[in-house]
Design a protein around this ligand. Structure first.
Ligand SMILES: [Zn+2]
Length: 235
């Protein structure tokens, strides 16, 4: 299961206007399907985002992260990446990304942090990746962080799903919510061939597909992922 956590922050002095987004006064976004009207969060105010990828990811993982970014950059130039050193306390028990009072990025820069194991992982055994965002009450992005845990014990996902998980989390970093499960939508009890289920932004991924017994791989965007991103950013 891929999941994410959002935290809200109330900072009345921050009012960022997102690029793109054809949002009307009544909140309706014409280019989103009726049942995905709420499938978005704060947009990125300025692209590309500057992404610092933890230097403790191994070379294969880095290559897959870069490939996932290229996938989204094919829709819009969302990401500009560098490999860097993660502040030491980001991997300690004392670091809680839900604490929006502490700066761990800004609206234009975020870290992708590699975790390793259970002891400091706050998201649960079946959550190999999470994106935490702090937003203003007015819907502006303040900061965000992505955390990936490739070796979570007792998990039920497969190593070959690493890039799929990162691709999903990157969708959250540009403000896409899940393809289902937001207010007013069709819910997530969808047949496998439903376009919202086939989307990278579907909230779960199978470690063993009934049809093949193989792990589900989602490294390409489907039409719904692509069109929602295009819609929100007027691409
Ligand atoms: Zn998610």
């Amino acid at each position: 299961m891929i999941s994410k956590t959002f935290s809200l922050i109330v900072l009345t002095s921050f009012l960022f206007s997102a690029i793109g987004c054809g949002k009307k006064d009544d909140g309706h976004i014409d280019c989103l399907p009726e049942d995905q009207q709420n499938s978005h969060r704060a947009l990125v105010p300025e692209a590309p985002l500057h992404v610092v990828v933890d230097s403790s990811f191994d070379p294969t993982e880095v290559q897959q992260i870069q490939s996932a970014m290229r996938t989204w950059n094919g829709v819009g130039g969302f990401f500009n990446v560098q490999i860097g050193t993660i502040p030491a306390d980001f991997r300690t028990n004392g670091f809680n990304p839900n604490n929006c009072g502490k700066a761990y990025g800004d609206r234009k820069t975020f870290y992708i942090v590699r975790h390793d194991g259970r002891s400091q992982w706050i998201f649960g055994d079946n959550v190999p990746g999470a994106t935490v965002r702090c937003e203003t009450s007015g819907g502006g992005l303040v900061q965000q962080i992505m955390m990936i845990n490739p070796y979570l014990p007792n998990h039920n996902y497969k190593p070959e799903q690493f890039q799929s998980i990162v691709t999903h989390e990157l969708g959250h970093t540009i403000g896409l919510e899940h393809s289902c499960g937001t207010a007013g939508d069709v819910g997530c009890d969808l047949p496998y061939n439903h376009p919202y289920h086939q989307a990278v932004m579907y909230p779960t991924i199978s470690s063993s597909l009934p049809s093949t017994g193989r792990a589900e791989i989602k490294t390409s965007l489907n039409e719904n992922d692509r069109s929602r991103a295009q819609c929100l950013y007027n691409l």
